[in-house]
Every structure is written in C-alpha cells, then in structure tokens.
Design a binder for this molecule. Structure first.
Ligand SMILES: [Zn+2]
Length: 139
C-alpha cells in the first residue's frame, strides 16, 4: 500500500522592519504582506525556519480517488476523523458485537419504559436500539 501523507508543519517567518504604531498593527501589516504570498507559493523571499511543530496530518490512500479512506490526525497522531464507513456504523451489539448504523437497528421505543429499564444493567448507557440480527441492545 502506498500513501500520500500531508504534514501540517509550523514554519516561523521573520519579517524585518515592519513600520507600525503598535505591536498589533505590526502583526496585521506583516500578515497582509505574508499571507497572499504564501497563497501563491511565494515564500522564497522570506527568512524562515521550521518551528519544531507539526500541528496535524492527513493521509490519503493510493487508488482511493474519492478520498473515502483519507483520514486526519491531530498533533499526537490521534485520528480526528474516522473513514465514512466506520463513522456511520457506530452502534455495536452488546451480544454479537456487530456494528450497525442507527437506521439499521430496530427501535425499541415502542416498548414500555419499565420494560426497557429491566433490560439495562446498572452502569449501561441508555439506548433504544436493538440489533436487527440477534435482538440484543446496541450501544
Ligand atoms: Zn447482535
């Protein structure tokens, strides 16, 4: 498998001699000069260096033209976004452990509240979804 990896790297740009009446104004002027150039890929004329920080990652998979498997990671390489297929199927049957989407699960809201409560063990998070295959609760 081949991947395309995007690294969101922090780069420190240094703009010397910014004429302004306050620090905040100097920031705004520097930004106005720098950002349009960055948008056009023109960064060679600026003094710059890697600021020892990567703020995020994005990984695409080769052959995945629609980017369905692309995934973003935060600076600690923890996933921020799940692939769409995993993102949808977020309810897991507590018995057979299959994953279902909310639409696939049976809705047990038609049962009485007492009936529902009897099925929950202490500490279980509430759910009104049932596994379409074995009928156990899905969380
Ligand atoms: Zn099940």
């Amino acid at each position: 498998m081949k991947y395309r990896v995007h690294l969101y790297v922090t780069i420190r740009f240094v703009l010397e001699g910014v004429q302004a009446s306050s620090q905040l104004e100097a920031i705004e002027k520097a930004e106005k000069d720098l950002l349009p150039d960055l948008n056009h890929g023109l960064m060679d004329s600026y003094e710059r260096e890697y600021a020892d920080e990567v703020t995020g990652y994005l990984v695409d998979e080769e052959g995945d033209e629609e980017f369905l498997k692309s995934r973003s990671y935060d600076q600690d390489k923890k996933p921020i976004t799940a692939p769409p297929s995993e993102e949808k199927a977020k309810f897991q049957c507590e018995n057979c452990e299959k994953l279902w989407t909310e639409e696939e699960c049976e809705w047990i809201g038609r049962l009485t509240a007492k009936h529902i409560l009897e099925r929950f063990q202490r500490g279980d998070s509430f759910t009104d979804l049932e596994c379409p295959e074995c009928g156990a609760l899905c969380h």
